[in-house]
Design a protein around this ligand. Structure first.
Ligand SMILES: Nc1ncnc2c1ncn2[C@@H]1O[C@H](COP(=O)(O)OP(=O)(O)O)[C@@H](O)[C@H]1O
Ligand SMILES: Cc1ncc(COP(=O)(O)OP(=O)(O)O)c(N)n1
Length: 264
């Protein structure tokens, strides 16, 4: 039996299991790749919000990464919550030393508005992390934090993409999930444009959408797909997961990472 493609997530733990490391590993399982993890921070969170967050020491993050990459190897890496400037810079340096494609989700906060990244880390995201990204996947709040641009309509997505690409990622997916109307994302490398459109599901249980999309892109890249095909497949996966999102706790429940497995 040959080993499945290996994908590494470098992200924070979500105790509620809908976002962060837990979302990433579930996505990877559902998409048929071998998921591995470098935990950057532990959060206490649930359907109502984030109650606490504790970043890990930089040396613990580097040690986890080295253990996995030096022995097992990876075909793609995804990054999520990195919490501090020190962790952003350490992870950027690690990514700069690998040939595997890197999907960078520049996580700034949770859906409830709780911060998951120190304000002092934003400059390191712009100048160190985005330049080593194969694909960056900011949502509209992250676009505003990183570029100062407000996106109010589909027309603004192109301007936002150009502003993020100026920091150096090879491709960017601007996620229009927070706009009204269809769920439209723009994937571009500055010359090609791919508009990814899906019907908006009227389901409030959307915890983990961004993590799920980014780790699905990494999974598809690890299988050898080109970026546009990988993002198209990932969009279909996250759309199905949102359609099947379910209530848990008293607030926003998770997307259903297993939706595609249940249909087999
Ligand atoms: N209600 C929805 N119905 C369908 N797709 C959605 C919905 N909300 C978000 N999406 C899609 O989910 C993906 C993640 O986007 P978004 O929710 O904006 O990310 P984040 O979790 O980082 O804020 C994008 O492809 C977006 O278009
Ligand atoms: C540990 C951790 N990492 C990232 C997030 C944000 O995840 P996201 O997929 O953007 O989902 P929402 O929080 O917006 O529902 C998180 N909450 N926790």
């Amino acid at each position: 039996m040959s080993a499945p493609p290996r994908v590494l997530t470098v992200a924070g733990s979500d105790s509620a299991g809908g976002a962060g490391i837990q979302a990433d590993l579930k996505t990877m399982l559902a998409l048929g790749v071998h998921g591995m993890s470098v935990i950057t921070a532990v959060t206490a969170q649930n359907s109502l919000g984030v109650q606490g967050a504790w970043p890990l020491p930089v040396e613990a993050v580097i040690a986890q990464y080295r253990s996995v990459v030096d022995d097992i190897g990876v075909q793609a890496v995804k990054t999520g919550m990195l919490a501090s400037a020190e962790l952003v810079e350490a992870v950027a340096e690690l990514l700069g030393g690998t040939d595997a494609p890197a999907v960078v989700d520049p996580v700034g906060g949770s859906k409830h508005g709780d911060s998951l990244l120190a304000a002092s880390a934003l400059d390191s995201v712009r100048t160190k992390l985005l330049p080593v990204a194969t694909v960056a996947t900011p949502n509209l709040d992250e676009v505003a934090q990183l570029t100062g641009l407000r996106v109010d309509s589909e027309d603004d997505l192109r301007r936002a993409a150009a502003a993020v690409l100026a920091y150096g990622p090879r491709w960017v997916v601007i996620k229009g999930g927070h706009l009204a109307g269809d769920a439209v994302d723009l994937l571009t490398d500055g010359s090609e444009e791919h508009w990814l459109r899906a019907p908006r599901h009227d389901n409030r249980h959307t915890h983990g959408t961004g993590c799920t999309l980014a780790s699905a892109i990494a999974s598809e890249l690890a299988k050898g797909r080109a970026v546009p095909e990988a993002v198209t497949a990932a969009k279909a996966y996250v759309t199905g997961a949102i359609a099947a999102g379910f209530a848990l706790g008293g607030g926003i429940g998770p997307v259903d990472h297993a939706w595609a497995l249940k249909r087999r």
